[in-house]
Design a binder for this molecule. Structure first.
Ligand SMILES: NC(=O)C1=CN([C@@H]2O[C@H](COP(=O)(O)OP(=O)(O)OC[C@H]3O[C@@H](n4cnc5c(N)ncnc54)[C@H](OP(=O)(O)O)[C@@H]3O)[C@@H](O)[C@H]2O)C=CC1
Ligand SMILES: CC(=O)N[C@@H](CCC(=O)OP(=O)(O)O)C(=O)O
Length: 348
């Protein structure tokens, strides 16, 4: 059994991790932290976990966390980077669900996250945890930077096109919509029922912190196939009145005739258990992935013109956060990648 700790067990990604970890056949959940709720039974805050764990929240401490084989950080940005060096030194592996280790350039981190990075020296070592791209490196990693929710939906939707080099890398557009749980459990005016329901709006239009993460990932994907032009993306997120889900509508201009786009995607994801290329003509819905670690994709080429439209949906809390983190854990510990993740989405 893998002994696991969760720092930040009261947040939405934290409780989603707990839901997945208590059902995982090879995991023993040892430590769940919350400073605000320390001493309280986890199942009294989250009654869905009654009967599945007797743990109480504890304060995060090196002493308790260093007893674990693996620690997940489900904390706000800028917290994990203060504690990861000590945990790695104690022989503990780490998966960070926040952005602390996603960007390779510390100057870019400071620009987008507004603080100095606390451990530059670990940025090169950290592996970006998108298994469909970096599976081998994840298997050997001590420290995995779990991707953001929008970056997961966007990169999985665009990567077959960029790898094949069939689109203009400067023509990329991502029009994305997220449910409100993407904003976390903290009280925020924009997430109030009266603000978010019966309404729909864009945000972060002039620059969202997921833009550099997505461009960094797409550039790495392109470069690995020898393409030299760095991808440029116009990325516009929207807040939509639902709890879970991300829907990304992605656009790219073809630079050459592609005989069978559908076959290109099906071939790329043939061996991927958590990416479903749907039959031609499908319309992926966010509810078709709710609660499941899955990205569903459909492709269009409207009117046969040279513009591809890719529709990509995930559950932001699962394939966009906690599920992907468990997938990464399975890879790091040599388990079946589907272990603990073989669930069907909730409908309706
Ligand atoms: N929501 C989503 O869809 C996604 C979120 N993420 C990322 O995952 C991370 C967690 O997000 P989310 O669950 O939404 O966040 P929440 O704001 O809902 O929860 C944050 C958690 O972190 C704990 N925490 C806060 N400050 C500290 C600290 N200084 N030391 C230790 N623990 C702390 C809190 O508990 P307490 O204060 O009691 O200790 C709480 O349990 C964020 O970085 C977010 O960007 C990534 C992908 C998707
Ligand atoms: C709807 C909503 O507010 N979504 C969040 C993104 C989700 C997320 O948590 O991403 P990180 O892990 O990179 O912080 C946002 O736009 O800030």
């Amino acid at each position: 059994m893998i002994k696991v700790g969760v720092v930040g067990g009261t947040g939405y990604t934290g409780v989603e991790l707990l839901r997945l970890l208590v059902m995982h056949p090879q995991v023993s959940l040892e430590v769940v932290t919350s400073r605000a709720e320390q001493g309280m039974p986890v199942s009294s805050l989250y009654p869905n976990l009654r009967g599945h764990t007797d743990l109480c929240f504890v304060e995060p401490s090196l002493e308790s966390l260093s007893q674990c084989d693996l620690v997940f950080f489900a904390t706000p940005n800028g917290i994990a980077m203060q504690q990861v060096p000590d945990l790695l030194a104690a022989g503990v592996k780490v998966i960070d669900l926040a952005a602390d280790f996603r960007l390779k350039d510390p100057a870019q981190w400071k620009q987008w996250y507004g603080m100095e990075h606390a451990c530059h020296e670990l940025l090169a070592e950290a592996v970006y945890g998108l298994p469909e791209v970096n599976r081998e490196q994840i298997a050997a990693a001590r420290l995995v930077a779990n991707p953001g929710c929008y970056p997961t939906a966007v990169q999985l939707g665009l990567l077959p096109l960029l790898e094949a080099g069939v689109v203009d890398p400067r023509s990329l557009v991502a029009d994305t919509k997220s449910g409100v749980s993407g904003a976390g459990r903290q009280a925020k005016i924009d997430a109030l029922l009266c603000e978010a329901s019966e309404s729909f709006k864009a945000y972060g239009v002039s620059g969202h912190r997921h833009l550099p993460e997505i461009e960094q990932g797409l550039t790495a994907i392109s470069r690995a196939r020898g393409h030299t032009t760095a991808p440029e993306l116009t990325f516009v997120p929207h807040l939509t009145p639902m709890i879970r889900g991300i829907h990304a509508t992605l656009y790219a201009s073809l630079t050459q005739e592609v005989e069978d786009l559908q076959a290109l995607f099906e071939q790329r994801y043939r061996d991927e258990q958590f990416v479903d290329v749907m039959p031609a003509g499908s319309l992926p819905e966010t509810r078709s992935v709710r609660g499941a670690n899955l990205c569903r994709i459909a492709l269009y080429r409207p009117q046969g013109r040279n513009r591809v439209v890719v529709l990509s949906v995930i559950d932001n809390l699962v394939k966009g956060a906690a599920g992907q983190a468990v997938q990464n854990m399975n890879i790091m510990f040599g388990l079946n990648e589907k272990s603990g993740l073989d669930m069907v989405a909730l409908m309706p």
